[in-house]
Design a protein around this ligand. Sequence first.
Ligand code: UDP
Length: 338
Amino acid sequence: MKTILITGGTGFIGSHTTVELQKAGYNVVIADNLSNSNENVIDNIEKITNIRPCFIKVDLSKEDECKKVFDKYPNIEGVINFAASKAVGESCEKPIMYYKNNFGIILNVLEQMKQRDIKYFVQSSSCTVYGEPDKLPIKESSPIKEATSPYGHTKQVSEEILKFVTLSSNIKVIALRYFNPIGAHESALIGELPNGVPNNLIPYITQTAIGLRKQLTVFGDDYPTPDGTCIRDYIHVVDLAKAHVVAIDRLINNKNKKSLEFFNIGTGNGFSVLEVIKSFEKTSGVKLNYVIGPRRQGDIIQIYADTSLAEKELGWKAQENLDSMTLSAWKWQLALKK
Ligand code: UDP
């Protein structure tokens, strides 16, 4: 059984990926500082898979703490790196904290890997590296535009760091550029747990529907799109989690074509904010209280993935549709209330 270290494994995407890796026969070690997640996620993962992942609470941005993880689990063969601060707005207020944390984590982990000859690394990257696209759907070969936030910048520079690390070591990397992950596990035992007032659309919708928030504001309906609202490629978190299993399999089985590969992980379909609201109202049966407000600064007008490379090379394709995503998010919100 191969052991994979999941940094940030108690978070939204990390927890779903742990489940899928365990189902695929991997042994999972989770390292997380619980800054934006809860330790009971470990219990809930165990309830789903009947396997308890190993868990170590550490701050990986501290060199000695990161070393401790690799000392304690000498069998680690690969790493999937989710641990990072991820709020765009907060990163603009605290850029130094974002750079220290996100770069500290990736550099410390890579250093340990290099020292111990651990070869496989999957990076959680983001479609934010593309900025406002010139052409849609967006391909992996599209230009990387100037970052609009320190968060986006850390994702861009992390890809650059990985480029130079793969050139100078045996480490092989797949960077997955996610579009908009939403939804939750069908068991409603794990899902997205935003701290405080959510920034993202789906948790804001479900919290409004359940009465935690008064009203959703749609950020602008005067964009040059069919209904005037912004368009995104929403992807079910379980589909996204499965892409990580395929990526780590590819590296371990030496199927990668280059030492650093990038893949878009989306559905290839763009949906507007109003279409997401409509889907939510249909699947939940709840009428959503929303108003049209001003545009949010820094929002990209529309972006959706060209997923042909992931299909061809990884043999991976998203299976879920928008309705199953909004329904699973709603079931998770209902389960949280219990
Ligand atoms: N959005 C919105 N109201 C909200 C939160 C988000 O209208 O309260 C819109 C936002 O302008 C964007 C889309 O929903 O067009 C997705 O936003 P989110 O923050 O979830 O993801 P990202 O901006 O990272 O794509």
